[in-house]
Design a protein. Structure first.
Ligand code: HEM
Length: 151
């Protein structure tokens, strides 16, 4: 099991679980726990992003090592996951800002959308992780720094 991808995938899953718990809490009108758990979810998502970004810069990205005829489906799926993660991050920031500005009406409307996008991000993220490292052996890893320095 590769250490950094396993760790970053763990943090995506953790943040999705925390969002689910935070949703249940606000349905039960437990406001302070909702706030704390959702902030923890955001910190967990940020931790994922920091690990992912450091690995991309220092170690690099790993290419798909599975069969060639599946590669195109993997690539489309990966792009879909990246799209979800990007939209989810923007929605997450908007949801948090609305909460902190106490625009609770809009926060309530955007919150469920953000949560569902984030659940889909986590599920597709785990699938990418499984396809890239567990079901098949990862392909070559190219470092961004190596690429820049020509090493
Ligand atoms: C599932 C959909 C969501 C609903 C229905 C919802 C609903 C609410 C409501 C009603 C409040 C006001 C509580 C109060 O009056 O003190 C609140 C506060 C808050 N929510 Fe959400 N929320 C949702 C999702 C989220 C998400 C995804 C996040 C984080 C990304 C989040 C972060 C917060 C925070 C930080 C506060 C506290 C704001 C403050 O007290 O300054 N919520 N939410």
């Amino acid at each position: 099991m590769p250490l950094l991808p396993t760790l970053s995938t763990f943090f995506i899953v953790l943040s999705a679980v925390l969002v689910a718990i935070g949703w249940v809490l606000i349905v039960k009108d437990r406001r302070d726990p909702h706030r704390k758990v959702m902030i923890a979810a955001a910190v967990s998502a940020l931790t994922f992003f920091i690990i992912y970004l450091s690995r991309t810069i220092v170690v690099g990205n790993t290419s798909f090592g599975g069969p060639d005829d599946i590669k195109i489906f993997y690539t489309i799926f990966l792009i879909f996951h990246i799209f979800l993660a990007t939209v989810g991050a923007v929605f997450g920031i908007v949801t948090l800002v609305l909460a902190f500005k106490r625009k609770i009406g809009r926060h309530r409307r955007v919150g469920p959308v953000t949560s569902v996008i984030w659940f889909c991000t986590a599920v597709t993220g785990v699938a990418v992780y499984l396809l890239l490292y567990i079901i098949y052996d990862g392909g070559t890893t190219t470092s961004m720094i190596k690429a820049i320095l020509g090493g």
